[in-house]
Design a protein around this ligand. Structure first.
Ligand SMILES: NC(=O)c1ccc[n+]([C@@H]2O[C@H](COP(=O)([O-])OP(=O)(O)OC[C@H]3O[C@@H](n4cnc5c(N)ncnc54)[C@H](OP(=O)(O)O)[C@@H]3O)[C@@H](O)[C@H]2O)c1
Length: 307
């Protein structure tokens, strides 16, 4: 039987991190299952992707400009795609913001939502009519375990968790929920923290934020962080699944943290448990992280592998 034609996959935010790794992985797929429209808002940043794509560039991968926070940019990008035909949309573009609530302006929060929430909505609206006409398609959204965990006080990307709950009809919808991933995302957040003065925040809160929360967060990335390539592989599994899951976590090592939330519907256990670990027993947090790192470092014969 002849192989089905390659599916056209539009990925947003391919200048770095997960988007870049995914676009290159799909374009270099050994089975030739994908035709990739890799997009980024600043084409001046295309070099890393071109290098990662190698000989796939111009064959199974094209690069287009797309700023998900702009209606006209989305329209221009869609117009450049023959017939506007997109079989798979990967809503990956995203920004984060971290800091005490009282020093975060509404403008900063709106900026996060403009990209993470409305950017994804814009893209879904752009591809949905075609998917409905063809009666098939797959919309995949890079969500996060933070959206499940809801660490509301410091993280401003958690609440902006990408829009979903779209009708599950002839097309598939999947939320991919990574834990920490070692990309520019964390570096950008840390740079922002080092630049910010957090006006309006009292000294005790600022002390907790800078001296406890940020080091603990670094430790979690260092210990449990996946590579963008790991997440790209998890996404390929979702895309190629005969029955794509609505939700897919990529990092099994993060599951115990989420289990606290589901174990107690009042939320008490997860909020108190996490806050105690962070603010009162940070040595215990570092210790558990060190044990996990040891278990997964590869020097043991039986490795714990992320899904
Ligand atoms: N890293 C993590 O720990 C983690 C965990 C869970 C979920 N995620 C999610 O995974 C996705 C990818 O993040 P990443 O870790 O790969 O971070 P990243 O390396 O910072 O990549 C983010 C990408 O989004 C692009 N972007 C930002 N605003 C955009 C806009 N308005 N229009 C188009 N592109 C835009 C960035 O482009 P520029 O280079 O132009 O800024 C960049 O290409 C994000 O949605 C993030 O929320 C990340």
């Amino acid at each position: 039987m002849a192989a089905p034609p390659p599916r056209s996959v539009l990925v947003t935010g391919c200048s770095s991190g997960i988007g870049l790794a995914l676009a290159a992985r799909l374009a270099r797929d050994p089975h030739g299952r994908f035709q990739v429209i890799a997009t980024m808002r600043d084409l001046g940043k295309r070099q890393r992707l071109e290098e990662a794509a190698g000989s796939a560039l111009g064959r199974t991968l094209s690069i287009q400009r797309l700023d998900v926070s702009s209606d006209s940019s989305v329209a221009e990008c869609m117009a450049s795609i023959p017939g506007g035909h997109v079989d798979v949309l990967v809503n990956n573009a995203g920004v984060g913001h971290v800091g005490p609530l009282e020093s975060t302006s509404l403008e900063q929060m709106k900026h996060v939502f403009e990209t993470n929430f409305f950017g994804a909505v814009r893209m879904i609206r752009a591809v949905l009519p075609g998917m409905k006409r063809r009666r098939r398609g797959h919309i995949l959204v890079l969500s996060s375990v933070m959206g499940l965990q809801g660490e509301g006080q410091w993280e401003r990307s958690a609440g902006s968790g990408k829009p979903m709950g779209a009708q599950h009809q002839q097309w598939d919808v999947s939320l991919v929920e990574p834990g920490p991933v070692c990309t520019d995302f964390e570096l950008k957040l840390l740079e922002e923290v080092s630049r910010s003065e957090y006006p309006g925040t009292d000294e005790v809160t600022l002390g907790y934020f800078k001296d406890v929360y940020i080091p603990a967060s670094r430790e979690i990335f260092r210990t449990l962080g996946q590579s963008p390539g790991d997440v790209a592989e998890a996404i390929v599994s979702v895309l190629c699944s005969p029955r794509p899951p609505l939700r897919a976590q990529t990092n099994a090592l993060y599951t115990p943290v989420l289990a606290l939330k589901y174990a107690d519907p009042t939320g008490e256990l997860s909020v108190r448990g996490l806050h105690r670990m962070l603010f009162r027993h940070s040595a215990l947090l570092r210790g558990s992280a060190a044990v996990l790192r040891c278990l997964t470092c590869g020097c043991l014969r039986t490795r714990v592998r992320p899904l």
